[in-house]
Write a protein that binds this ligand. Sequence first.
Ligand code: DC
Length: 211
Amino acid sequence: MIIAIDGPAASGKGTLGRKLATHYRFHHLDTGLLYRGVAARLLADGAPLDDREAAHRAACDLDIADLDATRLRTAELGEGASIIAAYPAVRLALLELQRDFARRAPGAVLDGRDIGSVVCPHADCKLFVTASAEERARRRAREFAAMGAGPSYEAVLADIQRRDARDGTRSNAPLVMASDAVLLDTTKLDIEAALQAAIDIVDGSANLAQG
Ligand code: DC
């Protein structure tokens, strides 16, 4: 069973993906970490983010087991990830890795931007999780503050709007809602309510699949 979750930056899809995976005892992959891992490699090697060959090599060498979410979830790496994610060779290098993960038994939850549209077009259930840019910025600014880092709300909002524009307009696998995805707008939902709504959607699609 594959659950595909897509949505814009800071929509809550990562938290929902993790909690859904715990609920169904499935594996979970936050695919944003793959792109963040590639950007982190370039920065560590002193390579510029527009070095497409270095980005491709970093993507080919990436090992899921090495991805440290705490280290990778910085604003700088989010921006870098969004830049290298536009390179077709990087996306291609990461495709099979994601598809292999999706085949893990008894099931897998993958969240990202193109899971329902490109990585797992035949996923059993597709969710498109979103929230207003202002609400997403408020949540992300709170997370950064809790980590002791402190970009202002305005800086976080500008970053989110820039990434929305780049992720949504790139020619290769842009952020789109798959035609068979179910929209979940979490602007007015806390995480418990969002999780319950997501479980209802997944259970509903599993019932449909059975008969
Ligand atoms: O979800 P996130 O903020 O960690 O993702 C960081 C960047 O990676 C995002 O701005 C775009 C890119 N990304 C992507 O292009 N495709 C994915 N499946 C996941 C992330």
